[in-house]
Ligand binder design. Structure first.
Ligand code: ADP
Ligand code: MG
Length: 330
């Protein structure tokens, strides 16, 4: 921590910036105790997930603290949405390098506050440490689903439709734009794509509505093809998608127009935080209605087949060759 943050001290930091984020949660005990209490709603399962974001890996060091906060929480909310869970509480561990000062923490807390209000989740605890390494933020989020009803990756059946929310590949282009690549975009398009990289849009409105309708669901974080592969493997089926049906934003479509090869990048790059869903064709109308109710764009891009793995078909039905399927850390 810098002198600023140090002068404030760990406990003052928690009291000043994090305790206000815990005000709505009785079980947080004002962030003054060793642990928090949480009482689940009767007849519900708790859904637990954790994801860390690291400077230089998941966000850029100089990204605004508000957006870093929204990403740290958002990637976890995306996992809860994919399981059909409603967000309830979260724990926050932050490892702060020296360069982080008090104004940074203040804006970071403001970003958390905004995301909390929007998604109905409260802070109940965490840990604050100093690190000689990059800024690292780990969130553990807790959600609820009616008992026994959590959506999994494992329920897809041959014959199901494959759907995807939002648009695919924007964050990958946004990262390139944030690194200063031109991409022949106007300022507005560039800003929109960078925002898509910085701030995921967890599909929290749609996720819980899918319970009892979808057979399988997961969030697309490592790349569409890789994540559909995870669903296919868990469900012991194959997946076929039509590349032309994959929803692209207008700047992404323009990038593909300019360079056909870009499409494989968009299908295999990470950070989309959209939902991929398998649901039976008999539920097509219902799926469309649920998406409309959740004000979420939802597009049918393919189907579940017998077999294994993922095939992406281009124009004329030819298989798109993909040298890599998605992002991996190691
Ligand atoms: P202990 O060492 O007993 O685990 P800490 O000193 O780490 O306690 O934390 C004191 C209190 O502050 C605890 O209630 C903890 O949950 C909370 N806390 C610490 N860091 C954070 C944080 N980054 N976000 C939210 N709560 C935090
Ligand atoms: Mg501790």
């Amino acid at each position: 921590m810098t002198r600023d943050a140090k002068r404030l001290g760990e406990f003052e930091l928690i009291a000043k910036y994090f305790a206000p984020l815990a005000r709505g949660e009785r079980g947080a005990l004002g962030l003054t105790d060793d642990a928090a209490l949480f009482e689940p709603k009767a007849g519900h399962d708790l859904v637990l997930t954790t994801d860390a974001v690291v400077a230089g890996v998941h966000f850029l060091e100089n990204d605004p603290p508000e957006t870093i906060a929204q990403k740290a929480l958002g990637v976890n909310l995306s996992d809860l949405a994919a399981k059909g869970a409603r967000p309830r509480v979260y724990l926050l561990t932050i490892a702060l390098p020296r360069a982080v000062d008090e104004p940074w923490i203040k804006s970071f807390a403001a970003g958390l506050k905004r995301a909390q209000a929007r998604f109905g989740i409260g802070l109940v605890g965490g840990d604050t440490v100093a690190t000689p390494g990059p800024l690292t933020i780990s969130v553990t989020a807790v959600g609820e689903v009616p008992r026994g009803r959590m959506l999994t990756r494992g329920g897809a059946k041959a014959g199901d439709d494959i759907w995807v929310t939002g648009t695919i590949g924007d964050a990958a282009l946004g990262l390139r734009a944030a690194h200063g690549e031109n991409l022949r975009l106007d300022d507005k398009q560039r800003a929109a794509l960078i925002a898509r990289y910085r701030i995921p849009e967890p599909r929290s409105g749609l996720g819980p509505r899918l319970l009892g309708v979808a057979h399988a669901c997961l969030d697309v974080s490592d790349g569409l093809i890789a994540d559909l592969g995870h669903m296919a493997a868990a469900s012991r089926v194959g997946v076929e998608i039509a590349v032309a049906d994959v929803p692209l934003s207008s700047p992404a479509a323009a990038a593909v127009e300019a360079d056909r090869a870009a499409v494989s990048e968009l299908l295999t790059a990470g950070d989309d935080y959209e939902l991929a869903i398998a649901a039976p064709p008999a539920k097509r109308k219902q799926m469309a209605d649920l998406a409309a109710a959740a004000k979420t764009k939802l597009t049918r891009i393919g189907r579940v087949v017998r077999g294994r793995g993922v095939v992406a078909r281009g124009a004329g039905g030819a298989t798109l060759p993909l040298s890599r399927k998605g992002f991996t850390h190691f």
